[in-house]
Design a protein around this ligand. Sequence first.
Ligand SMILES: NC(=O)CC(=O)C(=O)O
Length: 301
Amino acid sequence: MASIKAKSFRLALLQLGSLTSSKTNNIAVAKKAVVEAINSTPKPHLIVLPEIWNSPYAVNAFREYSEKIPQVGTKWGQLNEGEEGETVKAMREMARDNQVWLIGGSIPQKDEKADEIFNTCTVYDPEGTLVAIHQKVHLFDIDIPGRQTFKESDTLTGGKSLTTFDTPFGKIGLGICYDIRFPEMATIAARQGCVAMIYPAAFNTTTGPMHWTLLQRARAVDNQIYVAMCSPARHPEASYQAYGHSLVVNPLGDVLVEASHEPTTIYADIDVEMLNTTRKNLPITIQRRFDVYPDVAEKFL
Ligand SMILES: NC(=O)CC(=O)C(=O)O
């Protein structure tokens, strides 16, 4: 597990602004930001959108904005009209038209059979094939009186599995926002050989200043991987004030790049040699004492 065979790559986090209650507007905003990122130099290999970017981040909106998501492996043009939601179709186009890997943030997903709604991240390869689906495992149910109360479980169901996906530049692990507070997910992904954990996210103006940077640095240092979180920009009229501050941290825990709360795109180079050097110099990945405590990744390896 010490060193990882992968290629270095460039990551772009799209901290989308001007998101409204119009899904059509939000799709147009995302499409434009993807095109702008792809025209930057050097070109990013992997583009990330934020959590719940096509809908308001509000428990009473998730059902109305929810969409059908097809199975992993469905290719561009394989489905008939109506077999997948309009946001999913748009994300396929963003990936295919720009020949780029896309982590499509998250959108509310409708599971008609079970009558359930999930907070779901989809990933597309440069051909527009849906290659991974992650349903937010840990629902954001918190109550900090007078400051921040939110109960995703009022309308959402939690996912039941962990998600990684392979790219030509290495294996990537996925989580969504609150998932980062549960360290096992990142540890399992790292033990499976991921170079990075990427979380579409939307912390708020209470929990953001407390824990946003700390959690990412902790997950990075504990697991000697890259960690990134992509947030929407703050929106003064929204019922939920996103923290912004999209961020990328390296395996030493250094913040490589951080946005403010304004709409912007940030870029970072994921340097696999740096990851391997960190693991060689501080060899914690081969010093674990599984004779003293269990390996949380074991049943997933
Ligand atoms: N919005 C979330 O899912 C999580 C969050 O804001 C926090 O953990 O704080």
